[in-house]
Design a protein around this ligand. Sequence first.
Ligand code: SAH
Length: 265
Amino acid sequence: MVDLSCKCNFFVKQQSYASTSKNLKIYNFFVPLRDKARRMRIDIITVLPELIESPLSHSIIKRAQKKGLVSINLHHLRDFTTDKHRTVDDYAFGPDAGMVLKIEPIYMAFEKLQSERHYDEIIYTSPDGEPYTQKLANYLSTKENILILCGHYKGVDHRVREHLITREISIGDYVLSGGELAAAVIVDSVVRLVPGVLSDETSALTDSFQDGLLAPPVYTRPAEFNGWKVPDILLSGNFKEIEKWQMEQAYQRTKRLRPNLLKDE
Ligand code: SAH
C-alpha cells in the first residue's frame, strides 16, 4: 500500500493507490522526515497571550509539550517596550482611523530572541499572506525554531514586514481581530506532525490533504442506530477489501467535494 520510494531532503515521498472504476491511480504525497531526537521550539509574540494560551494547553498539543517534543513560548510585546506606558501601538499615518503596532518593540523582541538562537522561519500572520495549507504545515514541522508574530488592530508597521520577517501566512480569506487565533491554527497543525506527537492510531498519514485526498468516512459502534447502518464492508474483517473501499471513498469524496485537489496531482 505504502511504498517509501524516494528520500528527499526534508520529506519522504510516499505513494498511495486509489482504484477508480476505470483505472488504478497513483498519488504521490510527502510526509515530513525529521530528526526524532530534535525538539521543536516555537516562539510567539503577541499583545494578547491569554487568547492563545488556552488552545495550546489541551489535548494533543499539551501532551506534545509534556513529552518534551515541542516547546511553545509566548512573549508579551509590552515586555519589549521602553517607555513608562509600555506603548505597543500608535495612530496610522494618513487619513484612515486605526492603530498600528509599532516597529520598535517588535524589533527589540526579535533582536533578543534571535540573539539566543537562529530561527528557521520568522512568520507574520496576515490576511494577505500566503494561503495556509497542509503542505506548508508539513514544511514547518521539519523546522527546529519558528518565531510567529501576531498582528493586531490595523496590523504592524509595514517596515516589519519589509525587513524583519521571512514569511507571511494567511489562514483564510477573512479578517480576524488579531493574529493569535491564526497562530494557534498554525501551531496546532504543525505540532501534530512532529514525530512522536500522534500515536499510530491517530496517524496524520490518513488525514485529509496529507495524501492529496480527503479522508474516507469513519464510523464506530453501534453498527446500527435508528435503522442507520454502518457499511457492511467495514464489519467484514477483510482488511484488504476495507482498505480498497476506503481509498475508493476518499477518491470519490475528493472528486465530488474538492475536485481541485485531483487537478493538482
Ligand atoms: N488591516 C489588515 C487586517 C488587520 S486584522 C488588513 O486589512 O489586511 C489584525 C491582525 O489580525 C492582522 O495584523 C493579522 O496579524 C491578523 N489576521 C487577521 N486576519 C487574518 C488571517 N486571515 N490570517 C492570518 N492572520 C490574520
